[in-house]
Design a protein around this ligand. Sequence first.
Ligand code: ACM
Ligand code: ZN
Length: 755
Amino acid sequence: MQFKTPVLGLFLIVLFGCSDSENLNVNTQIIPEPQTLITIEGLYSMASQPKIYFDEGFKIAGGFLLDYINGEKTVEEKENAAIRFLTDHTIKNPEAYKLEINEQGVTIKSNSDHGAFYAVQSLRQLLPVDFESGQFEKEIKLPFVNIEDAPAFEYRGMHLDVSRHFYSVTEIKKYIDAMAMLKLNKFHWHLTDDQGWRLEIKKYPKLQQVASKRDKTLLGHYSDQPHQFDEQVYGGFYTQEEAKEVVAYAQSKFITVIPEIELPGHSQAAVAAYPYLGCGNPEVNVATKWGVFETIYCTKEETFKFLADVMDEVIEVFPSQYIHIGGDEAPKSRWKSCEDCQNRIKTEALAGEEELQSYFVSRIESYLNKKGRQIIGWDEILEGGLAPNATVMSWRGFEGGLEAAKAGHQVIMSPNSNCYFDYYQSENESEPIAIGGFLPLQKVFEFNPIPEELKGNEDDFIIGGQANVWTEYMASWDKVEYMVFPRILAMSEALWSAKADRNYDKFLTKIEPYFQRLDQLDINYANHLFDIKDSIYFHENNTIIKLHTEANNKKIRYTIDGSIPTIKSELYIDSITVKGSKVINAIAFSGEETIGNLYTKTFNAHKAQGKPISLSVEPHKAYNTGGKQALNNGVAGSNTRYGDKEWLGFFGDDVSVTIDLKQTTAVTELKTRCFNGNGQWIYLPKSIEVTLDSGQSFTQKISPNSNTKAEDIVMPLSGNTRFLKIKITNFGEIPVGSQGEGSRAWLFLDELTVN
Ligand code: ACM
Ligand code: ZN
């Protein structure tokens, strides 16, 4: 077959001119999207057990393909081989590659085994999906393509917390396999935390005997009160041999393992094993519940001796240039009342505890630098002064990363707004328990590690991004996979394909087929493609609801009388218009069968519903999914999750809301809800004040409490008004002894119902 006009596109339906006039559907869908992918009309027919030509320079990539495709290696027949690997020195980036399929077969070009390995991962997706489980087909038809590909970012990371829950070496290897398939190249292994120390350190046997085990584990969600426990000892650690095995395995897939040894905070497990490491030799247990703990390493000399010994063994096991030293969430209360720590502040002429943290991190950095290693720390390491050569991993937002990049430090962006895979991925109440937040697939896909604010070449300091998988609520490997897939597909697109021709709709068309691959690989995943999402509008006194699913070609049926939709229910066409209070139920159908979850939403009509609304301050970007209209669209947010699109979150601000009722109206009541969750830094406001046109105002003071849930606030009003001015006063500074002490409190606001 001859080359014809190249067509850029998603997939090519080739009308194959063979004798039986068979229509062959061949797809060229690849995740992550290659930088350029040109499909050309034509198919290459490859016999089973194809000959593959490669030399020693492509040992890993060639070897992987040989196994994957059940091929036969040849070192002589470059011309006759079905697949050939060729060195191309014109390709400069060692991770880049070219992949050409034409009538001569498959040609992979790269200047390194690494780039060729990624070519193989792309080729893998052009082959029948059955190959994933070793079911080899006799004759394979491959589409003619011309691919030129290279990553947008050099650091493409996945993190995994093995302290909160522990996973076997086999499971870790499965994680690494999936990362490699998606061209991710850094595995950040979070090995130590308050709830368990998971790496063997030979010089300190109590890290194995004591710090690796906890007596029991919190049941349910942290916010469920009172706390209940399972009363079972839980533990585990990796021997150094096992960790080395993981490192070697990852290396064979071009993945670097970056160990994290947390300091000075998140260290209660180590202090439980060796109390002298804490301020005043505290008697503590390995933590049995989640959160941030006051017990952290003391800054006395013995701690540095311990950490130097630990690091000596860590660098023996992990050849990575980077060692992650944590640095996040270290409360300073113990340091404030510790003689050793206060002496350290004096003798080192430090301004206070913030600088003491900086001193701590800088000492560890200097030790590791002398051994030829570099540190990465969470963005708190900026506080009190950044260690001279540190790389910053920005998790509380982009701001820390921005500050570090501007100061000329390397940055890995991992903001919780786009990268926290422990957050809920669906607003559906049936979603399995997660820590909180809301991170749907699209938000991961839209992650851009380079914020627009950066100027000149400041963006050169942003070396990439990473998704974090904190495992408080992932007691099984199945659950880890459920939280990671398919969001990891979106992350791989964000980090590899930023320069490619990609958009979310195109990405969605690739996911359903990719699920077949995950099925073959026995990987669990969340499927929200068939969940129904809505947008809500108002016109005159009507509510107009638009529904859609992310997957195409699915029909939606709905009811407005509270009944469960069936195949006989109304078919959704382009919108639903309702008047007054109604419950809408809807579900997607594939043929006669329902698929996905039931959508159910209650619309409560009230006097302010859908009326013009303005806010004195913008909600925080991470909690503004629904926009200001969410405050008067007639829909209440979840009782237990403040991350959905009905809740708006404000960080530290007082908020004034003005609602225009469009005509003078008698008002008798304002009802609203605020979220309370002090463990998550969320507090009820101090007060709410409502002012009418007449200048008359009504004030309600609100007493704090320690519940974690949405709290109803009802205020009687009386008068006639067109405008309602509602002032909500933030709680203020978080008290000493509470999570987030000294920080401003979050305020979360739901529907402002006016009767
Ligand atoms: C973090 O999530 N505490 C880094
Ligand atoms: Zn101390």
